[in-house]
Write a protein that binds this ligand. Structure first.
Ligand code: ADP
Ligand code: GLC
Length: 466
């Protein structure tokens, strides 16, 4: 697996959760899996073993020498060390601004991953994730087309988020030593730019995305980000495989980050979690019996922050409270800060990335809000179900596939009135203690563990290998 993120070492979102958990589930099925990620500056190498010294990689006129480390995880995790490109604070940028050499960074990364497969872990399948590994299939099919090392090797490309297309200036073609013939509309060109995600979409042997609904949506202009045509032309090898949940990390029965454990048999700990999270966010203790809405999110246009801002006053009028944890685009951070400033006793936000706090929000809230514009899968709504926190979601992508009337509240139109109707229904339901409890318990009883999805991936690998 070639990925720019893997939990717990490098994470900005759900991609890391998936790549951190799926390999172990595949190993349980008997597959042998290794993962390759960049060695970002914040990844500690103390426990890692150096397994390859100064592998030279040529990108056009430039030469990079990378060192490869093997970290002791549940599965072999190879770290590509190239300090001049990856020893930085962020994964993709800082302060909301992308690093200007991301095209070089992730081209080099995929070339190094090919090196891992050549020298360290002979592979039959490259499973690539998102635009950061999108150049691997085209390199494989052009630059390395005649290379006996890779004879018969297949590629699967997983789209976790079509909104990030990996777009760069045409000059990147030469800088990354791509075959210039690839720069055409049927190849990697995207309206005058070079698109890394197209590398995966066009050149992988199979493509999948992370829920059945999103697999359909991305073939339409509304959700296709201009790539719907390219995706439709791969429809015969385009699959939707729902993500799973790693319940070893996300279960209120054994979560080390929450102040009191709870289970369907004994929910009393949830109230303790609620009291503590109210305190942690500086909201009044008297809020304990009112509905508490939780948000944990990358603050990006995808996640529907604008809708939340539009219903903030109605949330307050309805007697509900809101806590939000997130970071991302400064514009959305400001939006949340403004809501909290306007309703200091009712709405509180924590700007930042804090895994432990994410667990406490999941455990302490009554309602989990995810009004996404689009959502390839979404993991937080599934975590919420397990923590007895009833999801209110927009019926799109994986949200549509994982939440049903029995376990949550859905709305369709991307609008504040539609969201408000769903929130009011949740508020209404909350006022009936027995009805609410029944809904909570139905959610907690759902099983989204990885085993089923891992079996689907394993079957797809085998299908590709014939
Ligand atoms: P996405 O990948 O689009 O961000 P997902 O719902 O698939 O959405 O996954 C998000 C993951 O990132 C979850 O594990 C969630 O808990 C975590 N997360 C998002 N924002 C934060 C944050 N500010 N602090 C801690 N964890 C966060
Ligand atoms: C992306 C998507 C999210 C999905 C995650 C893992 O970041 O936005 O919906 O759950 O990847 O596949």
């Amino acid at each position: 697996m070639v990925s720019s993120e893997a939990a717990p070492l490098a994470k900005t979102g759900g991609l890391a959760d998936v790549v951190g958990a799926l390999p172990a589930a595949l190993q349980t099925l008997g597959d042998e899996v290794a993962v390759v990620i960049p060695r970002y500056g914040f990844i500690d190498l103390k426990t890692a073993r150096r397994v390859w010294d100064r592998l030279p990689i040529f990108l056009g006129p430039a030469r990079y020498d990378v060192t490869i480390y093997l970290a002791p995880e549940e599965f072999p995790l190879y770290l590509i060390d190239c300090p001049e490109l990856f020893d930085r604070k962020g994964l993709y940028g800082e302060g909301g601004v992308d690093y200007p050499d991301n095209h070089i960074r992730f081209a080099l990364f995929t070339r190094a991953a090919l090196g891992v497969a050549r020298f360290l872990f002979r592979t039959e399948i490259f499973h690539c994730h998102d635009w950061q590994s999108g150049l691997l299939p085209p390199y494989l099919r052009t630059t390395f087309a005649g290379d006996p090392t890779f004879l018969g090797v297949k590629t699967l490309f997983t789209i976790h988020n079509l909104g990030y297309r990996g777009l760069f200036l045409p000059s990147a073609v030469a800088q990354t030593a791509l075959d210039p013939a690839l720069y055409r509309p049927a190849g990697l060109e995207f309206y005058g730019q070079l698109s890394y995600i197209k590398g995966g979409i066009v050149f992988a042997d199979a493509v999948n995305t992370v829920s059945p609904t999103y697999a359909k949506e991305i073939q339409t202009p509304e959700y296709g980000f201009g790539l719907d045509g390219a995706l439709r032309s791969r429809a015969n090898v385009l699959y939707g495989i729902l993500n799973g949940v790693d319940y070893r990390e996300w279960s209120p029965e054994n979560d080390p980050f929450i102040p009191a454990k709870f289970s369907p048999q004994d929910l009393s700990g949830k109230r303790v979690c609620k009291a503590r999270v109210l305190e942690e966010f500086g909201l009044p203790a008297s809020a304990i019996s009112a509905p508490l809405i939780g948000v944990v999110s990358r603050f990006a246009v995808q996640k529907g922050a604008d809708l939340i801002a539009q219903v903030a006053s109605a949330i307050v009028d309805e007697g509900m409270y809101l806590i939000a944890l997130g970071e991302g685009e400064p514009e959305y951070e400001d939006l949340f800060r403004a809501m909290a400033a306007q309703y200091p006793d009712r709405i509180a936000v924590h700007i930042g990335f804090d895994n432990a706090l994410a667990h406490r929000v999941e455990a302490g809230a009554d309602i989990f809000l995810m009004p996404s514009q689009y959502e390839p899968c979404g993991l937080n709504q599934m975590y919420s179900l397990k923590y007895g926190t009833v999801p209110v979601v927009r019926a799109t992508g994986g949200l549509n596939d994982t939440i049903e009337e029995a376990t949550g509240f859905k709305f369709s139109e991307y609008s504040a009135p539609a969201l408000l109707t769903a929130l009011r229904a949740a508020r209404q339901a909350f006022s009936s203690e027995t009805g609410w409890r029944a809904k909570v318990l139905r959610g907690m009883g759902q099983d989204f563990s990885w085993s089923r999805s891992a079996a689907s991936y394993s079957a797809l690998y085998r299908q590709l290998l014939g």
